[in-house]
Structures are given as C-alpha cells and as structure tokens.
Design a protein around this ligand. Structure first.
Ligand code: SF4
Ligand code: SF4
Length: 472
C-alpha cells in the first residue's frame, strides 16, 4: 500500500487534479449495507455502529455508488484498482447492486485499467446466482469461518442465537463449485485460540483452503457496555489473550513450516517474510511503519480513516461533498497515518522485532509499558513471542529467496535439522532412559536397539545434516 516512486506515477485522465500529496493507490472498504448483517456474531464490533445512523435505511443509493466508483478511479494513478466490498453483510444488497457496480467500473474506467472486486462475506446467503456472478466477474471472496463446527459456532450465530456452521460451509462449497477464487478469514478468539491445530488442519484438510488469514479478536468494551469507540482498557471475555494469540500463531506456524510452505498461504506468515526480506511493503497495514491508506466508506458516502475507526472523531467527510482524493490527502488523514509511527512508546522503538511488528495496529495500543508509558499494544507479548519464534526459519526463507530458490526448500533444511537433533539425542541417551523419539518406551527397547553400529551411523549423519544447515 505504500506509494510508488514519483517516476512511476501514472497521470490521471480524470478531471480531478492530483498532486504529490495524493497517494497513487488507496484501499477503500465500502460498506453498502453499513453495519447491517443477517447474523449476530457475538464479537462483531461493527454491529453497534448502526447507532451512528439512527434513521438510516442502510442501503447505498445509486447516486452514492456512482460517485464512489468514479472518484475511486480518478484517485488512482495505477492501472489496477481494487474495489473492496464489506459490511455488515454486503450480499444483503442483492446481486443487481454489484452488476451495476461492474457497469459503472466499465463506464468510468480509463483505457487499460483493470478492476479487482473483492468481497468479505459470511457466506450464508450465497446461491447459484451469486456463484455465477462472482465467477463471471472474477471476484475474490473472503469467507469467515472460525474452525470446525464446535469452534465456529461458539460465537458465530444468527439473530436467534442458532449455529451457522452448516450454512457457511454450504456457501464455501458453492464458491468451490463455481471455482471462485476465495480465502478464509478466521477470527482468533478466546475459544478457538486454544485449538490452533484443529482450526488449521480443518481449514486445510476439510475446508480445502489454500489461502487463510488469522485476525485477533480484541474487543474493547466502553464504559456504557457498548463497543462504539476505541476507548478504555477493558476487553470482552471473547477477546483472545496476548499469550493465547502468540501460542496460536506459533503452533500453526510450526505445522505450516514443516509441511505446507508454498502450498498454503497464511497472510501473517507471508507479510512477516516480506519484512524479514526487507521488501518495501509487508502487504498488511498493521505491520507497516505508517498507515492511513485503507479507509472505510459508509453506505451514505461518509469516509472514515479506517474500518476500525468508524466513529465521529475519525470522519473525514462525505464523498458527495469532497473528493476522495482530497480527503485521503488531508492533513487529518496524513496525521492519522503518521501517528502509527510517531506515537510508538520507547519499548517499541527499542524492540528487536520492531522491523516486523511496527507496534501492530494503533487500535490495540491501550496498555502501558513497564515504565508507565502509554501506547503499548495489548497483543505485544503474543507478537513478540511469535516473531522471536519464527526468526530462524524466516532468515532461512529470506536467504533462499535472495538466492533465487523457492521458499519451500526451508522444509528440507529444517527437516534435516530436526532429524539431526534427534540423532544427537539418540547418541547421548542411556539404555534405560526414555527414548528421545517420544514413544514412551525405554531407549533400549526402541531406537537404542540399533546398537553401536547404528549409533556411529547416526553421529555421522548428524554432523552432515548440521553442516548442510549451516551452509544453507
Ligand atoms: S489503524 Fe490499524 S487497521 Fe487501520 S489502517 Fe492503521 S494499522 Fe491498519
Ligand atoms: S513486539 Fe511489542 S514492543 Fe515490539 S514492536 Fe511489537 S508491540 Fe512494540
């Protein structure tokens, strides 16, 4: 999301005058139904936001839609434009609303421009008409699933409190039937965080997912019990704890790094690798030094600083009165983006994983550091544990990629390393010790049966494997 160098800017053909202060590409999450949803997931912070628009119909009008598409195009100086739909539940608008959006993209698009439409949905309202439409128009669909039925249904329920797992899986199968490109969004909460491998293996082996993202649930509860503002230090009992979140990521990472690199794409791992490689952008705003290029558009044209800050203080203006480009380039929004870096406490500025974490998202920075400075991220302990844990494999993958080799070769390197460590433990084990392989048997009845010849062979293998690892 960071800007291109000035030499690569593509001048707009639209009537809007863009200057160097306008970023060449922005990301807007449009909410055509506002906060309205057909489900009532217990941890959804957005449901309370209906209160900001008391008399609204919560449907984006054709006028706002056309203004939005036209301005979004005019704001872009890149030939690719992402049009992102979210909610609430965006499918409540019906397919025709999105047919019209495609029509408007064709009407206002400049020659050579391409559009990628994305949608985040709970999947429960999808049918064949949606499947055909998505396929025909190349939509990328994000579908929310929190793991196998018992974990998914812990919080993802409908307005009558009924489970939704079966309905969501039907939606997922429909996307797969029409070969619609999709990824799975998992919210990591207090319940499913204790079952990382059940969640990951379910997604990989049963849901057939090859692209997934894990979003921590950090639900701040305001003094009045609502979740309208990013205020206060209380979190709900549904929120993941920092330690749980760290453990969750670490266990999923360990499974992934042994078996799935290059096959399964986990957004946090990909973004981390980009930071370990020193690339200009991680691809995730939370891991960037500054932010402010991912905005949220309400159904009535109100534009906010970010999807997580849809509240009056962060309202930039209405796109029917002021151009999107102008609102994005406003000092208010630029300060919002810079504050991500400028408000970091010393603990973060001196942290050894700052290059990967960058203090994560400002919405989660409501703790005080050990020396009492405000602004430490609630998830700090989890992020730190995770980034420390992945340091060595990330370095190996970064090195492989710099050498022009595929990152998945890391599985071979680490496989050899693990085997080497085990063989070294065999070499040291006494006959009556428990076998290091973890079988629960005595060493002499398990791997110790191999005798001295086996041990010598193992020692030789150990040093070769270690050598290979060092040479990488
Ligand atoms: S506030 Fe958080 S979610 Fe919003 S753009 Fe910044 S880093 Fe991203
Ligand atoms: S790990 Fe913690 S201290 Fe380090 S940058 Fe992230 S939030 Fe700050």
């Amino acid at each position: 999301m960071r800007g291109l160098p000035p030499s690569q800017h593509i001048l707009p053909r639209g009537d809007q005058v863009l200057d160097a202060s306008t970023p060449p590409r922005i990301h807007v999450l449009a909410k055509p139904t506002g906060a309205v949803c057909n489900l009532a997931c217990e941890y959804c912070f957005f449901l309370d936001k209906e209160l900001f628009y008391p008399d609204s119909s919560f449907r984006m009008s054709d006028e706002v839609l056309e203004t939005y598409i036209r301005q979004l195009i005019e704001t872009h100086r890149t030939p690719q434009v992402t049009v992102a739909w979210q909610g609430g539940e965006p499918t409540l608008m019906g397919v025709d609303f999105y047919r019209r959006a495609i029509e408007l993209q064709k009407k206002h698009g400049r020659p050579g421009m391409t559009f990628e439409n994305t949608m985040q949905t709970n999947g429960t309202l999808l049918d064949d008409e949606w499947g055909e439409f998505f396929k025909e128009n190349d939509f990328l669909i994000g579908i929310s699933i929190d793991g196998p039925a018992e974990l998914h249904d812990a919080y993802r329920v409908d307005k009558k409190g009924r489970p939704t797992f079966e309905r969501v899986m039907k939606g997922l199968r429909l996307l797969q039937k029409y070969e619609v490109e999709h990824n799975i969004l998992v919210t990591v909460n207090r319940k499913n965080a204790n079952h990382p491998l059940d969640v990951y293996r379910f997604l990989r082996d049963e849901a057939g997912a090859s692209w997934m993202q894990f979003i921590p649930v950090v639900e701040r509860i305001n003094e009045d019990g609502l979740r309208l503002y990013q205020e206060g230090t209380s979190v709900s009992e549904r929120s993941v704890t920092p330690e749980q979140f760290g453990r969750f990521l670490i266990q999923v990472f360990d499974e992934w790094i042994r078996n799935d690199v290059g096959k399964i794409f986990v957004q946090t791992f990909e973004a981390s690798l980009r930071n370990w490689m020193g690339l200009p952008s991680s691809g995730m705003c939370v891991f960037e030094e500054t932010c402010g290029l991912g905005l949220a558009l309400e159904h009535n044209g109100d534009l906010y600083s970010c999807d997580h800050f849809v509240e009056p203080r962060y309202l930039l203006g209405n796109i029917q009165e002021t151009q999107i480009g102008e609102l994005v380039a406003s000092e208010k929004q630029r300060k919002f983006g810079r504050d991500k870096r400028d408000s970091l406490p010393r603990a973060c500025r001196e942290c050894d994983v700052l290059f990967a974490c960058h203090g994560e998202c400002p919405k989660n920075r409501f703790l005080a550091t050990a020396d009492g400075e405000p602004g430490l991220n609630y998830l700090c302990a989890g992020w730190k544990a995770f980034f420390h844990h992945v340091d060595q494999p990330m370095k190996i993958m970064a090195m492989l990629m710099r050498q022009g080799r595929p990152a998945w070769e890391v599985m071979r390197v680490l496989g050899g390393e693990e085997e080497a460590a085990l063989e070294a433990a065999f070499a040291k084990a006494g006959r009556n010790d428990p076998c290091p392989c973890g079988s629960g048997l005595k060493f002499k009845h398990c791997h110790g049966k191999r005798g001295s010849e086996g041990t010598q062979r193992a020692e030789a293998k150990t040093s070769t494997a270690l050598e290979n690892t060092r040479n990488g």
